[in-house]
Design a binder for this molecule. Sequence first.
Ligand SMILES: Cc1cc2nc3c(=O)[nH]c(=O)nc-3n(C[C@H](O)[C@H](O)[C@H](O)COP(=O)(O)O)c2cc1C
Length: 182
Amino acid sequence: MKTVLLGVSGSISAFKAAEITNELTKLGFQVDVMMTKSAQEFITPLTIQSLSHRRVHTDVMVEPDPALINHIELAKRADLFLIAPASANIIGKLANGIADDLLSTTALAIKSEVPKLIAPAMNTYMYQNPAMQRNLTILKTDGYQEIDPREALLACGDFGRGALATTKDIVDQVLKNLGTPV
Ligand SMILES: Cc1cc2nc3c(=O)[nH]c(=O)nc-3n(C[C@H](O)[C@H](O)[C@H](O)COP(=O)(O)O)c2cc1C
């Protein structure tokens, strides 16, 4: 069974991580989910855990198995690394190699041959910001594939590019990279 390691960060669209987890699990993938502190303000680990049927990981300092280093194990067993939704903050941190929480620390430990997908979601002006575009360019140079945000009426009331890609588009990208779940 192939494992998708899903990182969820603090965007209003974090609730869509539940649907992504559900779809991938139903397809037959094992889905390991990591949530940032901010992501947990938008959706609970309990929701995600109930859909993935697996422990949800939230804290780099919590070691469920004393025999293992959790963030290294999560990275090692990932056949694909996906961040959806990816906040401006996590994109900035990953582009600069910052490792100050579980998601950003684990990201650094992902093996180079493992496909890495990133699905940004944010206000359209945040997305267009030169610092954001610079950071995305760096991530693409580092081997990340961007799953482009959609143009839509955003939660903040602005219309423009910044809405998280559809669950179908995200799942399709996973399938394109991994093929079958087994
Ligand atoms: C209601 C609300 C909605 C937010 N939506 C987004 C968003 O869609 N994208 C984003 O990049 N940040 C958004 N933020 C800001 C992030 O949550 C904030 O930058 C946070 O530090 C991100 O932390 P993380 O990257 O560790 O998850 C939102 C904040 C609030 C209060």
